[in-house]
Design a protein around this ligand. Structure first.
Ligand code: ADP
Ligand code: MG
Length: 322
């Protein structure tokens, strides 16, 4: 195994949910319209992701597992306007260094490839049938990093973390048909018809979806669109807020707070809504290269954004009969 890959894995792959996140993001970046996620034992036994995306050409498959091999950005300028979810070229080598990974991939015309890594070592590479997309299976996660394995929580907690990330990705991409299966049981299925409200309904239930208010506004720098629930019905916590910046799911305490403020000031309560907020801005205003997992970002003009959000949430809710 290559030591630097294992060190990067320490940052990128904390738990099974990190593997799911990275692999599903790769499937999204590959232009997939359908992504199936199949888990066994909360991902500890196996994680399988099947997509119908672009696939990888035979000549590029081995390279894709090399550190900093990314097909997604090619210049320093690109780094400031990252449009894909991945760009660091770290996920595949990191995962392959701490697990057993088999990928079957094809771009739909050339002969396909099947490649097998274990603990960072290339075990086998051979031709495979032509298919449209990629099928990747990860087993024996953390088999060679026992400390990581010990640090994991209960299977229920690990599964909850996976569900959380798949939910957010489904909310971010209503045009993609997602399915999530655990030990043969279906946990989520979305239609891929591009209807955000329907995805909200798939995740939070029909009754919550019925109580959503549409949010839409813009100022000179930002455009915001999404849904916020009417307060009286929900028993949500902070986790029910999803924030997407230029299509990328992020965690941002300040933006969450702006939503809650717009919401709470109307009712003088501090309860949380179910909320999904899509924020669009010039990529130059946001730095996504803050942390390897890319969930933290830095936004310029954050105060102007937060004012827009809390005012819009407040006004849209005021317009409803509460
Ligand atoms: P990054 O996503 O940051 O580029 P990764 O290590 O996650 O780095 O992936 C390396 C490369 O492998 C990607 O740039 C892409 O070209 C290719 N790749 C990985 N997964 C897929 C997939 N499911 N479909 C098509 N190409 C893929
Ligand atoms: Mg990636």
């Amino acid at each position: 195994a290559i030591l630097s890959d294992q060190i990067a894995a320490g940052e990128v792959v904390e738990r099974p949910a990190s593997v799911v996140k990275e692999l599903v993001e790769n499937a999204i970046d590959a232009g997939s319209t359908k992504i199936d996620i199949l888990l066994e034992e909360a991902g500890l036994k196996s994680i399988r992701i099947i997509d119908d995306g672009s696939g990888i050409e035979p000549d590029d498959v081995e390279t894709a597992f090399k550190r900093h091999a990314t097909s997604k950005i090619s210049s320093r300028e690109d780094l400031f306007k990252v449009a894909t979810l991945g760009f660091r070229g770290e996920a595949l080598p990191s995962i392959a260094s701490i697990a057993d990974v088999t990928m079957i991939t094809s771009n739909g015309s050339d002969v396909g490839s099947e490649i097998h890594f274990r603990g960072g070592d290339l075990i086998a590479k051979e031709n495979a049938e032509v298919r449209a997309g990629t099928d990747i299976v990860v087993t024996d996660l953390f088999f060679n990093t026992p400390a990581r394995l010990k640090y994991l929580k209960t299977p229920q907690t690990e599964l909850a973390k996976i569900t959380d990330i798949v939910n957010r990705l489904s909310l971010s991409f209503p045009n993609i048909r997602f399915s999530l299966q655990h030990d043969g049981k279906e946990l989520l299925r979305t239609s891929g018809r591009g209807d955000l409200l329907q995805v909200i309904s798939n995740i939070y239930g029909v009754s919550n979806a019925r109580k959503m208010v549409k949010i839409s506004n813009s100022n000179v720098d930002f455009q915001i669109d999404g849904f916020v629930s009417l307060p009286e019905y929900t028993r949500a916590n902070r986790n029910y807020i999803s924030i997407l910046i230029n299509g990328r799911y992020v965690r941002d305490f300040q933006i969450s707070k702006a939503i809650v403020e717009g919401y709470g000031s109307k009712l003088m309560v501090g309860r949380y809504p179910v909320a999904v907020l899509n924020i669009k801005m010039d990529p130059i205003l946001v730095d996504v290269n803050v942390h390897p997992t890319k969930q933290e970002v830095r936004v310029s003009e954050i105060q102007s954004l937060n004012n827009l959000i809390s005012e819009t949430v407040f006004e849209e809710l005021s317009g409803k009969n509460l």
